[in-house]
Design a protein around this ligand. Structure first.
Ligand code: NBP
Length: 472
């Protein structure tokens, strides 16, 4: 198939979109890489096409693959998350020697990664969970990498990971995250935040499209403008790019011919499942996941549109002021969403005994990944300045930003409500902000109700202790 030797520094299994591009990135940095895939035909095809001229060797069997690697072997799995990872491990393990390192670069659930770390350790191998973000292009040109596992084992693969990761002025987007499932957990939260960002951008688009009647071309200019300021990010940039595209067949904007139903692969759901397990309020991310579920009710929504009434959706006020208000609502909501994500990381760090460094995590996401954005540099700065920050919203920079955006944020949400245009993530973010800053929430009444029907007891504001009132 290709020249064989035992001199391949690293191996990769799984030649789909991500695996191929990651292998090319690694080989392009001068590391000799051996590749293997369950459907073996893909190996020769890859080596003889995109792998040409690079230090890439293909293997036709697992035995051949493992024989090509220098010891201790370093093997990246880039296969479909879930059972395929266990299937591959089962096939791989008989060919390994104690001390070999297996790195799962897929979107695995962190609990699976914790289990696989334990199981591999029992068999004398090392298992690392590596969060990889940036899609196809990131994998090829420089992804954001979130490595977890034993730190001493990470050090053995660090030179390769650092050389292939994205680089930003502040540093390299690859830092050791923590033990066992920490890397994959950070990737899950990254994806939850990504869901939040995408939903918030879509709500801004929805308000401007329906309330102001802006065309895709108008909207493209707005998003282009926003990408020059505090909202500068990959997702805002591609949103402007999407709005500019025309369908070759009809000449219409492509965005206008796409069905309003969003798919998902489940990592947003994992984020909010973990938030529920750990007792962390993540309403922006949760609403972003639910908004995708609601979008899937397309048939019901189309029927209900003819039955359930609401107000006229057109906004009659000043267009420029409303666009500015939407911008500020998006920015403030985004801050809330990241505050929730980092709060979740803090809770997970405590629960799973990971000593997470939030400044490092913000830097990991600064480049290469889907949520890369200018303001992540400010998040990094905030956590470097105070690593015990109880909530990102309390950092001086973000506190000021929220104060500055607040009036416009409320105006955008209120106007959306008045016009009957749903803004679930904008609204949830504002409620998060207002709840977090409330010294007194109505949970006193709630606790009284619990005590009334279930004798669940309560504490008092005026003295310590646990009390029960005889309600009946
Ligand atoms: P897919 O997630 O589509 O997986 C395809 C690969 O998994 C192929 O190599 C396939 O082999 C292999 N595979 C399957 Br399917 N079932 C298998 C089994 N039972 N045993 C062994 N191998 C099996 O590929 P991808 O989109 O490149 O993603 C790879 C990983 O990276 C996934 O975990 C994904 O969630 C993650 N990820 C993807 C992106 C992205 O933008 N796509 C971004 C970040 C992370 P075959 O050729 O024989 O079918």
């Amino acid at each position: 198939m290709t020249s064989k030797s035992t001199q391949y520094e690293i191996g990769l299994i799984g030649l789909a979109v991500m695996g191929e591009n990651l292998a090319l990135n690694i080989a392009g940095k001068g590391f000799a890489i051996a590749v293997y895939n369950r459907t073996v035909d893909k190996v020769a095809h890859f080596v003889n096409s995109r792998g040409q001229g690079l230090p890439v060797g293909g293997a036709a069997s697992m035995a051949e693959f493992t024989a090509m690697l220098t010891k201790p072997r370093k093997i990246i799995l880039m296969v479909k998350a879930g059972q395929p990872v266990d299937d591959m491990l089962q096939a791989l393990v008989p060919h390994l020697d104690p001390g070999d390192i297996i790195i799962d670069g897929g979107n695995s659930h962190f609990e699976d990664t914790r289990r696989r770390c334990r199981e591999c350790k029992e068999q004398g191998f090392h298992f690392m969970g590596l969060g990889v973000s940036g899609g196809e292009e990131g994998a090829l040109k420089g992804p954001s990498l979130m490595p977890g596992g034993e730190e001493s084992i990470y050090k053995q693969v660090e030179p390769i990971l650092l050389s292939i990761a994205a680089k930003v002025p502040e540093g390299v987007c690859c830092q050791y995250v923590g033990p066992d499932g920490a890397g994959h957990y950070v990737k899950i939260v990254h994806n939850g935040i990504e869901y939040g960002d995408m939903q918030l951008i879509s709500e801004a688009y929805h308000l401007m499209r329906d309330a102001l009647g802006l065309s895709a071309d108008d909207l493209q200019q707005v998003f282009d403008g926003w990408n020059q300021g505090v909202l500068e990010s990959f997702l805002i940039e591609i949103t402007a790019g999407i709005l500019a595209r025309k369908d070759a067949e009809t000449g219409k904007p492509v965005v206008d011919i796409i069905v309003d139903q969003a798919g998902q692969k489940g990592t947003g759901k994992w984020t909010i499942q973990s938030a529920l397990d750990l007792g962390v309020p993540t309403p922006t991310i949760t609403q972003a996941v639910f908004a995708r579920y609601m979008s899937a009710y397309k048939k019901q929504r189309m029927e209900a549109a003819n039955i359930l009434t609401g107000p006229d959706r057109r906004y009659a006020g000043n267009k420029g002021e409303f666009i500015k208000a939407i911008h500020d609502a998006l920015y403030a909501s985004k801050i809330c969403s990241y505050a929730q994500g980092f709060d979740l990381l803090a809770a997970a760090g405590k629960a799973y005994h990971w000593d997470l460094n939030y400044g490092d995590i913000a830097l990991l996401w600064r480049g290469g990944c889907i949520i890369r954005a200018r303001f992540l540099a400010k998040i990094e700065e905030s956590f470097r300045h105070n690593c015990d920050l109880p909530n990102l919203m309390l950092a001086p920079f973000f506190r000021q930003a929220l104060i500055a955006a607040q009036a416009n944020w409320r105006f955008a949400v209120k106007t959306g409500k008045e016009l009957g245009i749903p803004t679930p993530a904008f609204s949830a973010s504002l409620d998060y902000y207002d709840s977090y800053r409330a010294a007194l929430l109505p949970a006193n009444l709630l606790q009284a109700q619990r005590d009334y029907f279930g004798a669940h007891t309560y504490e008092r504001l005026d003295k310590p202790g646990v009390f029960h009132y005889d309600w009946y």
